[in-house]
Design a protein around this ligand. Structure first.
Ligand SMILES: Nc1nc2c(ncn2[C@@H]2O[C@H](COP(=O)(O)OP(=O)(O)OP(=O)(O)O)[C@@H](O)[C@H]2O)c(=O)[nH]1
Length: 376
C-alpha cells in the first residue's frame, strides 16, 4: 500500500495537468490608458473569428463608453459604474475599483461560463480598465487573476504604445510597470509593442538587448530622470532576458501569427514553471493549515484540562464535597453579579438594536449589482 501512494499522487498530478490543458487559455490584457488594449482585443477577436476559432471575450472595464467587439460577458451589464459613484460618493477611480469589487463577488459564475465553453473555445480574453493600477493592485484584480490562474492556463498580455515609448524615459516607466506586474503575478508574460504601423518596435528591442544603445538615446539628457533610467536599465537586464516581446499593430493585424506562437510558448511555460510552483505553494499552505489546526486543538485540550484542574473537577467526574460547596457559592456570587450586568447589557443591546435597524434601513438603500448577463 505504502509504495502505491507516490504513483497515485503522480496520476492525480497528470490528471490535473491534462484538465488544465483542456480548458481555454485566459489572456489578461493590461496596459496604460490609450496603449490600444481595446483595439488589440478587437483585432484579436476578429482574426480568431476568421480562423473559425471564436474566443470568449469578457470586458472588465466598467467605465468604457462602448465595446467595439462581440463581447460574451460585459461588467457593465452587471454593475452600473455611474450609480456606484453616486451611491458611494466616489471619484472615477474609486468607482472603477468598487465596481470591480462588486463584480468579483460574482466571478464564480464567470468561471462556470468559461468552463462551459471549454470544448469549443481555445482562448478567453479579458479586457481590463485603462487605469492599470486599479486592476493590478486591487483586491478584486488579484482575486480575478489568481482564480483564473488556478484553473486555466493564464497569460498576462501587457500592451505598450510604441509611438509614445520612443522617449527613453517613457519607455523605462513602461518597462518598470511591466516588471512590477510580472513579479507580482508571477504568470507567463507577453509584451505586445503595439502601433507598429506607425513606429516600428526595433528601437525598443535594441534598447532591451543593448545597454549602450539605450545610453546613447539618453546621452543628450542629463536630468535626474535620465540618470535614474540609465541605472534602472542595468538593473532590468535580468528582467529583459526572460521576456517575450513582439511587435503588433492593432489596426492592421500585423504580428498576429507571432502573437499566437508567443501564447503557445507561454502556455508551456505556465505548465512547466507556474503550475509546479503553484502546487508546491498550495501543498505548503495546506500543511501549515493542518499544523495550525492541531496546535489549536492541543492548546484547547490543555486549557480545558487546566481549567478542570483549577476547579477541582477530575476527569473521573468526582467532585469533592468541599469543591462542590465552593463551586456553588462561586456560582451564586457570579449570578448576582451577572444579573446586574445582564440588565445593563440588555439595555445596551436594545439601544444598539435600534441603531442596527437604522443602519440596515440605510444599507438596503445602497447599491447592489444586478444579475450576471452573458451572450453565448
Ligand atoms: N495607428 C494605430 N493606432 C492604434 C493602434 N491601436 C490603437 N490605436 C489607437 O489608439 C487609441 C487608443 O486605443 P484604445 O484601444 O482605446 O486604447 P485603450 O488602451 O483601450 O484605452 P483605455 O480604454 O483608455 O485604456 C485609439 O485612437 C486607437 O484607434 C494601432 O495599432 N495603430
Amino acid at each position: 500500500m505504502a509504495t502505491a501512494k507516490p504513483a497515485e499522487d503522480e496520476a492525480v498530478a497528470d490528471r490535473n495537468l491534462l484538465e488544465r490543458h483542456k480548458k481555454p487559455v485566459c489572456l489578461i490584457v493590461l496596459g496604460m490608458a490609450g496603449s490600444g488594449k481595446t483595439t488589440f482585443v478587437q483585432q484579436l477577436t476578429s482574426r480568431l473569428h476568421t480562423k473559425n476559432k471564436p474566443p470568449y471575450v469578457i470586458n472588465l472595464d466598467p467605465a468604457c463608453r462602448e465595446v467595439p467587439y462581440p463581447v460574451n460577458i460585459d461588467i457593465r451589464d452587471t454593475v452600473n459604474y455611474k450609480e456606484v459613484m453616486k451611491q458611494y460618493s466616489l471619484g472615477p477611480n474609486g468607482g472603477i475599483v468598487t465596481s470591480l469589487n462588486l463584480f468579483a463577488t460574482k466571478f464564480d459564475q464567470v468561471i462556470k461560463l468559461v468552463e462551459k465553453r471549454s470544448d469549443n473555445t481555445d482562448i478567453a480574453i479579458f479586457d481590463t480598465p485603462g487605469q492599470i493600477e486599479v486592476f493590478t493592485w486591487s483586491a478584486s484584480g488579484t482575486i480575478i487573476t489568481e482564480t483564473l490562474a488556478a484553473l486555466f492556463p493564464t497569460v498576462v498580455v501587457y500592451v505598450i504604445d510604441t509611438v509614445r515609448s520612443v522617449n527613453p524615459i517613457t519607455f523605462m516607466s513602461n518597462m518598470l510597470y511591466a516588471c512590477s506586474i510580472l513579479y507580482k503575478l508571477k504568470l507567463p508574460f507577453i509584451i505586445v509593442m503595439n502601433k507598429i504601423d506607425v513606429v516600428k518596435h526595433d528601437y525598443a528591442m535594441e534598447w532591451m538587448t543593448d545597454f549602450d544603445a539605450f545610453e546613447l538615446a539618453l546621452s543628450s539628457d542629463s536630468s535626474y530622470n535620465a540618470n535614474l533610467s540609465r541605472s534602472l536599465s542595468l538593473t532590468l537586464d535580468e528582467f529583459y532576458k526572460d521576456l517575450t516581446a513582439i511587435g503588433f499593430s492593432a489596426v492592421t493585424g500585423e504580428g498576429f501569427e507571432e502573437f499566437l506562437a508567443a501564447v503557445d510558448a507561454a502556455v508551456v511555460e505556465y505548465e512547466t514553471d507556474y503550475c509546479p510552483e503553484h502546487d508546491r505553494l498550495q501543498k505548503l499552505q495546506a500543511e501549515a493549515r493542518s499544523k495550525d489546526k492541531s496546535r489549536q486543538k492541543e492548546k484547547f485540550e490543555s486549557d480545558f484540562e487546566e481549567t478542570n484542574r483549577r476547579l477541582g473537577v477530575t476527569t473521573g467526574r468526582h467532585v469533592s464535597h468541599r469543591n462542590e460547596i465552593l463551586l456553588r457559592s462561586r456560582g451564586r456570587k457570579m449570578t448576582d453579579r451577572a444579573t446586574s450586568r445582564s440588565v445593563i447589557l440588555w439595555k445596551n443591546r436594545r439601544r444598539s438594536n435600534s441603531r442596527n435597524r437604522i443602519a440596515l434601513r440605510r444599507e438596503k438603500k445602497q447599491y447592489s449589482p444586478g444579475p450576471l448577463l452573458y451572450a453565448n
